[in-house]
Design a protein. Structure first.
Length: 100
């Protein structure tokens, strides 16, 4: 079970990193992300190391259906997989194992 949880977390982190790249590639989307999060573009690299940041990236994507659909298409993912990825990250579900 631990291997599956670890793999799911790694997959979720990979999807979140893809989402962050997707956001960064679109000026309007990046401006909205900065406005919503309060994180300056120059702070993103250091913020990305903070627990919960990648979960926040997926929260941002999931909060706006057109953005979710556009990201899912760009990443060739089913939108439901983005939601599952979010659940595998910190505070994503009640089943999240914080010891990982």
């Amino acid at each position: 079970m631990e291997t599956r949880v670890t793999r799911d977390k790694q997959t979720a982190e990979t999807i979140a990193i893809q989402a962050l790249s997707f956001i960064a590639s679109d000026v309007d989307l990046m401006n909205r992300f900065v406005g919503v999060t309060g994180i300056e573009p120059s702070q993103i690299r250091s913020a990305a190391r903070a627990p919960g940041f990648l979960a926040g990236v997926l929260d941002f994507i999931l909060a706006h259906e057109p953005t979710l659909i556009a990201f899912s298409q760009a990443a060739d993912l089913d939108p439901a997989n983005v939601e599952r990825a979010r659940q595998a990250l910190p505070n994503g579900s009640d089943d999240y194992d914080r010891s990982i």
